[in-house]
Design a protein around this ligand. Structure first.
Ligand code: HPA
Length: 247
């Protein structure tokens, strides 16, 4: 496997196991700076580049993330694969808090984000990328296999709905997403996945359900649920990652 970019989110704020090969540094791209420093190093014996999507100290809101800079910098760093870690809400009954989901489809409800590298056909060219399968099939299988190999009860496949945030959804919005076929809801999956495809990177997502989506909470405050579940799920994510990046 070539070099792997790992984008950590609310889930996986850092990758403790990475031995940095050089001082981590924010990268300035033609789209602006990356969210945070790129950490080049070895993880489970594999060459990885780790990046925090929300920046150091989780200071960048989902709609304000410079997705173009992040993907462009990972591509320029020689990554061929990108594993995106994301905390999500569970819409489908089987997307229970604490469970890892390897989604295979996307519905994009986000808006007004800088979502393409092809802004100006005169200078950037133009390609209508095929996005029928938004996640790379090989990487999805590797993620699923490593989850199974580690004895993790991951949900294979599922539709990842991406909302604009930063607010959480209304109960009616979640009902609509459910009718649309969404199994999980997050705020950062797009345009990240599409930009990765435009950049020629094989992109997969490892989502961890940290709460039941709005209106499905049985009255439990979402924030309290997120905190408790996140802490428990992090160990599972790291175990999965260690198996997906074998020596
Ligand atoms: N909705 C949107 N994004 C999220 C949620 C949610 O319920 N939980 C974690 N990220």
């Amino acid at each position: 496997m070539g070099r792997i970019g790992i984008i950590g989110g609310t889930a996986l704020a850092d990758l403790a196991g990475v031995a940095p090969a050089a001082p981590p540094a924010v990268v300035e791209t033609r789209y602006g700076p990356t969210s945070g420093p790129l950490v080049h190093g070895a993880y489970a014996g594999q060459d990885v580049v780790f990046l925090m999507r929300h920046g150091a100290g989780h200071k960048i809101a989902p709609h304000a993330i410079n997705y173009r800079a992040n993907i462009a910098a990972l591509a320029a760093a020689g990554c061929e694969w990108v594993i995106a870690i994301a905390a999500v809400g569970g819409i489908a009954a089987e997307a229970t808090p604490g469970r890892i989901v390897i989604p295979d489809q996307i519905i994009d409800y986000s808006w007004a984000r800088k979502h393409t590298f092809y802004d100006d056909p005169a200078t950037d060219g133009l390609d209508h990328i095929d996005f029928t399968e938004p996640y790379d099939g090989t990487l999805r299988r590797r993620l699923s296999d490593s989850a199974a190999g580690r004895g993790l009860d991951a949900m294979e496949g599922g539709v990842h709905g991406i909302t604009q945030g930063p607010r959480l959804e209304t109960a009616a919005e979640i009902d609509r997403m459910d009718r649309d076929g969404c199994h999980i809801v997050g705020m950062t999956g797009m345009p990240e996945a599409a930009l990765a495809r435009e950049a020629g990177l094989a992109y997969g997502c490892c989502a961890v359900v940290v709460n039941k989506a709005a209106g499905r909470t049985g009255g439990l405050a979402i924030h309290a649920e997120i905190e408790a579940t996140l802490a428990a799920a992090m160990a599972d994510i790291e175990r999965l990652l260690q198996a997906v990046v074998p020596t």
